[in-house]
Design a protein around this ligand. Structure first.
Ligand SMILES: *Cc1c(COP(=O)(O)O)cnc(C)c1O
Length: 443
């Protein structure tokens, strides 16, 4: 089975150059750190395009597949432009994400609005900007969206988000009759929703069903099981209501390789299973070939990104851990402290030393839990060395905060030996820009 880009720890273009420094996209990482400062997010365009091509090629056998990038993994104008250029639509979850892809010039008919508590203002904006599909999550949203559509003389094209009774616990999954999830309609609530759409909510048009099972999925069998449930539901709805739904959205979730111990499946393997299952259920339930939407986020963008840090202070606990501190941490990458997520890293600058040591990379934020990587073997570290942490493209910048009032890092896009800033580094003035000191308190 052909391998795909999500199965590699490093970006497709990662190499050691003749100086012994790491390079990505033909750009020397030490020079990038020098020029743009650290922490620095670096994003490799070739890697993004390569995984996009993997997905498109893998699903060639089923032409009704539609790719939607799950923006929440990393949503910036430049990233949206690249994905739109690759023919992808966007799964969005907020006015901010919708506005970002809109400003980037995305085809709004290929945008889906998803989320369990969309506000009146967000739904209005989405309708106004021509968002192609709303994945309606609950009864309140059905009423709200219909009301807004009616007031604007429009029809909102919707999917129903359902909870299919499959849950992924990273690398393992369980199937149950119903699930205690905050997202979507339980299967027992679908008929009530359809009755409302058909009889009361005249400004909603239902096209299909949507589900999303989890994230960092390694278990390939989960997708065929999900398709079985969605197809069965579509056939049941067809029989009961004479309503033919021809869209299923199976969500995202495919995993990536954060460390040498992770073995995410190939996109080609997953696609084969999905397509085989699709033809199987089309025949079994005698339903028309549905359009199938996929919403990968992490697997599209994670591998393309690395973060560069400068190593600073260190501490050897007597008979204990050797800590080396970096100039970033939980505010630019909250995943280790939130989920005990593991990362792989290398020293980016050339090292003469053959000595190596087992160290723990500590963040600079005021929390004992701000540890980026526990127990990693690296060449003997000196102050000023540049650390390159791999697979930080997804859920790093998008989850970043200003904790400790530290400025968010810049992001550069590298390609063919060029580096371009795609997110400016925040300044100290950016940090205070939204502060208001009431006159009576002014010093
Ligand atoms: C988060 C999410 C995705 C993307 O998940 P990844 O694990 O990043 O691929 C897709 N669809 C929905 C509905 C989501 O909530």
């Amino acid at each position: 089975m052909a391998s795909s880009t999500n199965q590699y720890i490093k970006p497709a273009t990662a190499a050691r150059n003749s100086d012994g420094n790491l390079s990505i996209g033909g750009c020397d990482l030490v020079s990038l750190a020098d020029k743009y400062g650290t922490p620095l997010y670096v994003l490799d365009e070739k890697t993004i395009r390569s995984i996009c091509k993997d997905y498109k090629k893998a699903f060639e056998k089923y032409p009704k597949v539609r790719m939607m990038y799950a923006s929440k993994a990393l949503c910036t104008g430049a990233v949206a432009s690249i994905l739109a250029n690759e023919g992808f639509g966007f799964d969005t979850v907020s006015a901010g994400e919708i506005y970002t892809v809109y400003k980037a010039g995305a085809d709004m008919s290929k945008v889906l609005f998803n989320g369990n508590n969309k506000s009146y203002d967000e739904l209005s904006l989405a309708l106004e900007l021509g968002v192609g599909r709303f994945s309606v999550d609950n009864f309140l949203e059905l009423a709200l969206l219909n009301q807004i559509a009616q007031a604007n003389n429009k029809t909102a094209d919707i999917l129903l988000r359902i909870t299919p009774g499959i849950e992924c616990h990273t690398h393992e999954y369980i199937q149950t009759g119903h699930l205690d999830s905050k997202f979507g309609f339980d299967l027992t609530q679908v008929d009530e929703a359809i009755d409302l759409i058909l009889n009361e909510y005249k400004n909603l048009k239902l096209h299909g069903l949507h589900a999303h099972i989890g994230s960092q999925i390694f278990e390939t069998g989960i997708y065929p099981d999900e398709i079985e449930i969605l197809a069965k539901e579509i056939s049941r709805i067809d029989k009961k209501y004479g309503l033919t739904l021809d869209e299923i959205n199976i969500g995202g979730g495919l995993g990536v390789k954060y460390t040498q111990d992770d073995f995410p499946p190939s996109v080609y393997e997953v696609a084969d299973l999905i397509v085989t299952k699709l033809y199987d259920v089309i025949e079994k339930y005698n339903i028309p070939e549905p359009f199938v939407f996929l919403e990968p986020g992490r697997s599209i963008i994670s591998t393309a990104g690395v973060t560069l840090y400068t190593l600073g202070s260190s501490k050897q606990v007597p008979h204990g851990t050797k800590y080396h501190a970096i100039d970033g941490g939980m505010a630019d990458n909250p995943r280790p402290s939130m989920y005990q997520a593991k990362y792989y890293a290398e020293i980016a600058n050339a090292k003469e030393t053959a000595n190596s040591e087992m160290v723990t990379i500590a963040g600079r934020f005021c929390e004992s839990g701000d540890i980026l990587i526990r127990n990693i073997v690296l060449p003997e570290i000196n102050e000023g060395d540049i650390l390159c942490v791999y697979n930080t493209g997804a859920y790093n910048y998008s989850m970043a905060s200003n904790y400790n009032r530290v400025q968010k890092p810049a992001m550069v896009l590298v390609n063919d030996s060029d580096a371009e800033v795609i997110i400016k580094r925040e300044t100290l003035d950016d940090l205070v820009a939204h502060d208001i000191i009431p006159d009576r308190l002014k010093l």
